[in-house]
Design a protein around this ligand. Structure first.
Ligand code: PLP
Length: 454
């Protein structure tokens, strides 16, 4: 395709490069099956986006079944390879909070994953969709008696306990049910990992877990309960982590405490949580999973050697790594508005094109909640027009209702185009609302030319 000369917008953020071709579908961002056909229209799982829009309406969440499989296999093999020298293969719990429905539970089962749930609602759905209870881990900082009872009655594999209060309640309930419940203790390591680096803080001022320094005393209280079986610690250091350093530092701290715990009883397992980062924009560069997995294994080995203890049986809880790139959101454009933006001296510093779509913060609140950046392309057609800076916004009654804060779309973007936003599979549908009484949007799966609501 012939492109007009490329001029960076003065309003563009520094990280955003002007694309050579704004029609391009970069492999790291889009589902495996995303293609442009000869006319330039995108299809997903062999289904053209115009067909999806016609059949299911917009906005529409589209989940590419093939990519869910690819991602699960990639995680399995990265961790299986890295952990092979330790003589173990880690257990992978899919973090259901990223996206959950009955179809997702069936995929989780087929793909040999276990499942992490964070409420009685997620647990009920998982059980109803046929997830074996023994492969479920139940999270939550404020689980109710009803939720714990449901877990005990179902025979949930592990409860991740988060407070002394919960330990007492669960122990009593387990005793009353005549069962011995496996539990992990959620601890805060003081390592908070973010995208590119990690910050080591002395204490973690947050609602989850028990400070690592308090773990030995808390584990002693768990072990004192005959209705509870302590299986190990659980640590989740954050989300959208691009490299291994944060995990390695957490492991060094955890293994120091692991050595103390082993003096008084078994602690056979260690759950290192989720948080493996993905690309949301053309600028994101997460390190390859294999490299992260190897870094984790190195840290485990070195710490085990240092303390003269065995490496425990490890598990992880990836969410967005499995479902993030598999999901896209299809929108229809409406109002296009050019706004002149003035600099400090009152002089115009540039023109920002606002492209409004038929959804917004109700189908994806992450830009507003976390300042998350996303990437969009024109999906119903390819265009030879030059790339122009746009802000894609929703239709809600909030000025912060932003779908894509900054990106380049062909300058001839117009009303009634279809736009596709990449990597919306995780934490979009599950965080969605019907704010302003916009309906909650359908989710469809696509595969081999078929599309069905899930
Ligand atoms: N495990 C726990 C305890 C979490 O809180 C989260 C996310 O918040 C995850 C796993 C999944 O994180 P991600 O989707 O970033 O892999």
């Amino acid at each position: 395709m012939i492109m007009a000369p490329i001029v960076p917008s003065p309003l563009a953020p520094a990280w955003l490069a002007v694309p050579d071709d704004p029609n391009a579908l970069g492999a790291a961002l889009w589902p495996d099956t995303a293609r442009r056909d000869a006319d330039g229209e995108i299809s997903l799982g062999g289904v053209p986006v115009s067909t999806l829009a016609e059949r299911f309406g917009t906005p529409l969440y589209v989940v590419d079944a093939a990519t869910v499989r690819t991602q699960a296999h990639a995680l399995h093999s990265a961790f299986a390879d890295a952990f092979a020298p330790l003589g173990q293969e880690p257990t992978l719990y899919y973090a259901g909070k990223a996206f959950l429905c009955a179809q997702m539970v069936r995929w989780v089962r087929e793909l040999g994953l276990s499942l992490d749930v964070a409420s009685g609602g997620e647990l009920a759905l998982a059980l109803a969709a046929g997830m074996p209870a023994g492969q479920i881990g139940l999270h939550g900082n404020n689980k109710s008696e009803q939720e714990l009872t449901l877990a005990l009655e179902a025979g949930v594999g592990t409860v991740i306990v988060d407070s002394d209060d919960e330990i007492r309640m669960l122990a009593e309930l387990a005793r009353a049910h005549g069962v011995r419940q496996r539990v992990r203790l959620r601890v805060t390591t003081g390592v908070h990992a973010s995208t590119h680096d990690y910050l080591a803080t002395a204490t973690e001022d947050q609602k989850f877990g028990i400070a690592l320094a308090d773990a030995p005393a808390t584990v002693a209280r768990i072990r004192a309960q005959s209705s509870l079986e302590f299986v190990g610690m659980h640590s989740h250091i954050g989300s959208q982590i691009f490299a291994q350093e944060g995990f390695a530092e957490a492991i060094r701290r955890l293994m120091g405490v692991q050595a103390v715990l082993l003096q008084d009883g078994p602690a056979p397992e260690l759950d290192l949580g989720g948080g493996f980062g993905i690309s949301y924009t053309t600028a994101d560069r997460p390190r390859p999973l294999a490299e992260i997995a190897q870094g984790i294994v190195r840290a485990l080995r070195e710490s085990a050697d240092e303390h003269g203890i065995p490496v425990p049986k490890v598990s992880f809880e990836p969410g967005r790594q499995i479902i993030g790139r598999a999901g896209t959101t299809l929108y229809r454009t409406g109002v296009i508005k050019d706004v002149t933006v003035h600099g400090e001296g009152g002089q115009p510093s540039g023109v920002r094109r606002y492209v409004a779509v038929d959804g917004g913060m109700s189908d994806n609140p992450r830009p507003e909640l976390y300042g998350a950046d996303y990437h969009a392309v024109l999906a119903s057609r390819a265009s030879g027009a030059a790339p122009g800076l746009v802000r894609v916004v929703g239709k809600h009654c909030e000025s912060g209702d932003i779908v894509v804060d900054a990106d380049y779309l062909p300058e001839d973007v117009r009303r009634d185009d279809l736009l596709l936003v990449a990597a919306t599979g995780a934490y979009c549908h599950t965080l969605s609302s019907n704010y302003n009484l916009l309906p909650r949007r359908a989710v469809v799966a696509v595969e081999d030319g078929r599309a069905w609501t899930i």
